[in-house]
Design a protein around this ligand. Sequence first.
Ligand code: PHB
Length: 391
Amino acid sequence: MKHQHFLAGCLAIAATAFGIGAAGAQDTIKIGLVMPMTGTVGAAGREVAAAIKLYMAQHGDTVAGKKIEILLRDDGSIPDNAKRLAQELIVNDHVAILGAGTTPSAMSMAPIATEAKVPTVVMISGTSVVTERSPYYVRTCFTLGQQSGIIADWAIKDGSRKAVSVLSDWAPGAEAGKVFEQHFTAGGGQLLETLKVPLANPDFAPFLQRARDLKPDTLFVFVPAGQAGPFAKQFAERGLDKSGIKLVGPGDIVDDNDLAGTGDSLLGVVTAGFYSAAHPSQLNKDYVAAYAKATGGKRANFISVGGYDGMHLIYEALKKTNGSTDAEKLLAAMTGMSFESPRGPISIDPDTRDIVQNVYIRKVEKKDGEPWAIEFATFQAVKDPLHQAAK
Ligand code: PHB
């Protein structure tokens, strides 16, 4: 007994001398990431995690004198899991900041983040309403509305008049379809039909057949990250790549992670997107090279930059607060911030806490034997149109 007591005393003295123990805990800032590492949208979580790991390898794991510790949790693409994991990260692990993933998970975590006043960086969700669900939410990825109105206007200018929408049947698909329809019909086009494809394990063939039978001049398609490859395959198998029907959409349908493997099937497809691995800035060239090196040769994609920039936002905000994790101070530091991302210049709208970014019109072309989304027009500093409409 006596011996144990003595040992404990020695350890306490040693801990004090080395500045660890209770004070040490305060010198570490824990960031809890609740991401879909497996399940329906599992590819997206893995891409965000890879980009965050890369960011920390490049910028170190200490900011404003504090050590950054990442606690990565897999929600399995199931919103109830996300809620439970967020709660555990806050209550048991005392995280100061959260990272949120897809729309359903980010929605279910929102009341938890609000109640505990934990600043949360939304890194995958593309649904406008998500940032309105919690005053502690800040988004570094994208919205579907941001891209879908711009591609509708472009299609009209390019002569499209009769469109069919093929949409993955969940919230981001609904928003993509809604904004596309608003712009397309306002421009004098007609939306012949909206076809909704199940999110999990989709078979696109019957929907593509139905779309073709309706004889549109244009097909507007949204499929989420991880599904561009299977979609492109079935699109070509149905002969739609040679049908004369124009395929357009937000950037998701030419996801760089899948694009390299789509051969000739998406050549000529025009999308409005915020990120292409072919974006010609030096920062992006460096990012694409570093991401490939860190992931065994994968192409950086639009999902990965949401994580990379999310981590940059957190680092820069902590520098501004001098390492303080006070929620109001962190939010004040994050909102209004602007910086150069691999995608181009971005900022966080101080009114909506949402991302403001360039949207590029891109055409799929072959370069060095592989398809890439090549930017040919730029819309600068685009805000989410649905927040604007709600005001
Ligand atoms: C979303 O969670 O809203 C989401 C995920 C993947 C996408 C687009 C949107 O490609």
